[in-house]
Design a protein around this ligand. Structure first.
Ligand code: MBD
Ligand code: FE
Length: 291
């Protein structure tokens, strides 16, 4: 008998995950209570002028034709129609924003958040198992370690949020047919700042190919892959929250991540588990003090 339980995921479309990512981003901006999305007039004048001049310089230097200009226009319209602005921006620009934002850090390296984070994942104890389906495909992974301050003090009660794709590369709440919190959880470190996260080893991830981003990738002869990755947000009172991702050695896309988000410090070292069932890997998070 053929197992058809994952068919809904296979039909996930760029426009659906794009629409979800756009809606989630708008909600987060609206509920943040900050002035996120509002930038000083002087700064807008400076940056917008620079962007427009940069593009005009490219058009003049590279003698861009009407054919190319209209292809760009059609493509930009499609990015909006397929809801792929979050995907486009996070894949091709966020890594530089992150580099600027985290330049000052002395603790663990961060990297980009990407378009698929959702606040409020189920709370688990320091050694809990991530929410997953009964028949969830994938190899067990025990991810254990400690959260510390830069001076080495263990951060008792630190919070760790983890989200990752399933074995087919789909994120819950962005692809259809998955339980709401599938492969998303929030752990609270114990008295010693330690945690033991039980999850599955994620598979390499291909960004949707049937939307505007996929069209660009194909037209330019690029590839759509990100290496397998675990997304984390780690925080503790009085310390700067860190948003990061961790990767697996030997993944062919660690060297050519479409999102340019891999750093050598973010590679794990998974070992065969002592009980013969999957992998175990150790990683410590070091948080900078809040300034
Ligand atoms: C992802 O899963 C991701 O992490 C990023 C940065 C972009 C697209 C999909
Ligand atoms: Fe991701």
């Amino acid at each position: 008998m053929t197992d058809t339980s994952f068919d809904t995921e296979v039909t996930a479309k760029a426009a659906e995950s794009g629409a979800n990512a756009s809606a989630r981003f708008r909600e987060r901006i609206a509920s943040s209570g900050t002035r996120a999305g509002v930038v000083d007039t002087e700064r807008v004048n400076y940056l917008a002028s620079k962007v427009i001049k940069g593009l005009n310089d490219i058009i003049l230097d590279d003698k861009v034709s009407y054919e190319e200009y209209n292809a760009l226009k059609a493509w930009l319209i499609k990015v909006g129609e397929t809801g792929e602005w979050p995907l486009f921006l996070d894949v091709w620009l966020e890594h530089s924003v992150e580099e600027v934002a985290n330049e000052h850090r002395e603790g663990s390296k961060g990297t980009i958040e990407g378009p698929y984070y959702i606040e409020g994942a189920p709370e688990l104890s320091w050694n809990g198992t991530i929410p997953m389906r009964d028949n969830e495909p994938g190899t067990p992974l025990l991810f254990e370690g400690q959260v510390r301050a830069v001076d080495g003090t263990p951060l008792s009660g630190a919070k760790l949020e983890l989200w990752h794709a399933d074995d087919l590369g789909f994120y819950s709440q962005f692809a259809p047919g998955l339980p709401e919190w599938n492969l998303r959880g929030t752990w609270t470190a114990n008295e010693d700042g330690r945690f033991e996260i039980h999850t599955l080893r994620p598979a390499p991830y291909m960004i949707p190919t049937d939307g505007a981003c996929g069209q660009l990738i194909e037209a330019a002869g690029w590839h759509a892959w990100r290496p397998a990755h675990l997304h984390f947000k780690v925080s503790a009172p009085g310390h700067e929250l860190i948003t990061t991702q961790l990767y697996f050695p030997g993944d062919p896309h660690n060297e050519d991540d479409i999102a340019s988000a891999v750093k050598p410090e973010l590679l794990l070292d998974p070992q065969d588990s002592a009980d013969g069932n999957g992998f175990v890997t150790h990683y410590d998070f070091v948080l900078d003090p809040e300034h």
